[in-house]
Write a protein that binds this ligand. Structure first.
Ligand code: C2E
Ligand code: CA
Ligand code: CA
Length: 310
């Protein structure tokens, strides 16, 4: 039950630039820190300092990212979406993770735009999809419930030739029905009619994939997107959710959206739920699905597969 998970907080991934000594597990005295490090791992600490910020960091990420994608350096973490009424896990959102050998964990907010810019986002997206399908297959063997899986898809990925075929092939390989996969698209530009991206999304939907608008209510989303695509789900941006707690007009808007969702069969998910007060306010306005640190932080596939009861 949702209540049962309240307050449980497991150690989660936090994007940060971890100093080299922690990265390589070395214990060195502060005074001899840089020299020891240079001797022991064969490079100068000053390089690492530069890697932690600015242009050098960008170059290093650019250089290493393709190898990380090719050589299984990208992993996923999974964060559940709960159905409020039943308290059950409705879906798991797959979130890409990358730990650079020197710089440590890099936030997807940093490496996803670089992957998009370099033209590697399709390869990365397929890798995430593949690991997510593997997780769902393993989960099905261990548990009786059949949750969905939410996959983040960049708009850029949708412009690749054969994107529909490639996505379909992966899902087929795992013998999973596309109906269990929700594709979350962020509106990095208005998803209005006539664009190639909409046609690709509609094609994926015809094969059974469910469509979700991510970060709804954040800067880039257009209200018209609600009417232009056969949407299964709308994910309310965490800023909109936290604003609704302090602003009655914003709460009224969410209440209206919930009514709209019920009428149109669009599932409304409140993202970024961090405390009990938010959960109870969202319950009052009958938000049907919630996701956030208050319930669970993203965890590795193994963590979920070893969980005693979920
Ligand atoms: P997103 O899709 O909006 O994912 C939600 C982000 O909010 C995640 O950050 C998640 O860890 C974080 N989050 C979850 N609950 C809470 C909460 O209660 N409070 C706060 N403050 N944050 C919360 P993460 O994993 O760092 O991902 C950042 C963004 O990177 C994602 O935002 C998504 O846009 C992108 N991303 C991640 N994985 C992928 C991927 O496989 N493909 C693509 N195209 N984008 C991805
Ligand atoms: Ca998302
Ligand atoms: Ca989001």
């Amino acid at each position: 039950m949702l209540e049962a998970y309240s307050g449980i907080s497991k150690e989660a991934y936090k994007p940060q630039c971890i100093p080299c000594c922690r990265q390589v597990g070395l214990k060195v005295k502060k005074a001899s820190y840089e020299q020891s490090l240079k001797n022991m791992i064969g490079f100068d600490m000053t390089i690492d300092k530069r890697l932690c910020s600015g242009e050098q960091r960008h170059f290093e990420i650019t250089d290493s990212l393709i190898n990380a994608i090719k050589e299984c350096g990208i992993h996923i973490a999974l964060q559940p979406i709960f159905e409020v009424k039943s308290g059950e896990i409705f879906s798991f959102e797959a979130l890409a993770r990358w730990t650079h050998p020197i710089m440590g964990p890099i936030s997807p907010d940093e490496f996803i735009p670089i992957a998009e810019h370099l033209g590697h986002i399709h390869a990365l997206g397929l890798e995430v999809l593949s690991q997510a399908c593997q997780f769902l297959t393993d989960y099905d063997k261990l548990f009786e419930t059949r949750p969905m899986i939410n996959i983040n898809i960049s708009v850029q990925q949708l412009t690749y030739p054969n994107v529909v075929e490639d996505i379909l092939n992966i899902v087929k390989m795992y013998h999973l029905p596309p109906e269990r996969i929700v594709l979350e698209v962020t509106e990095s530009y208005p998803l209005d009619g006539g664009m190639k991206v909409n046609a690709v999304l509609e094609q994926l939907n015809r094969f059974g994939f469910k469509l979700s608008i991510d970060d709804f209510g954040a800067g880039m989303s257009a209200i018209t997107s609600l009417f232009n695509l056969p949407l299964y789900q709308v994910k309310l941006d965490k800023k909109l959710v936290s604003e609704s707690i302090v602003s009655q007009p914003c709460m009224d808007f969410l209440t209206y959206l919930c009514g709209y969702g019920r009428k149109e069969g669009v599932r409304i998910v409140a993202e970024g739920v961090e405390d009990e007060m938010t959960v109870s306010k969202l319950k009052e306005i009958t938000i049907p699905y919630v996701q956030g640190y208050y319930m669970y932080r993203p965890q590795s596939p193994n963590w979920w597969l070893k969980a005693e009861s979920i």
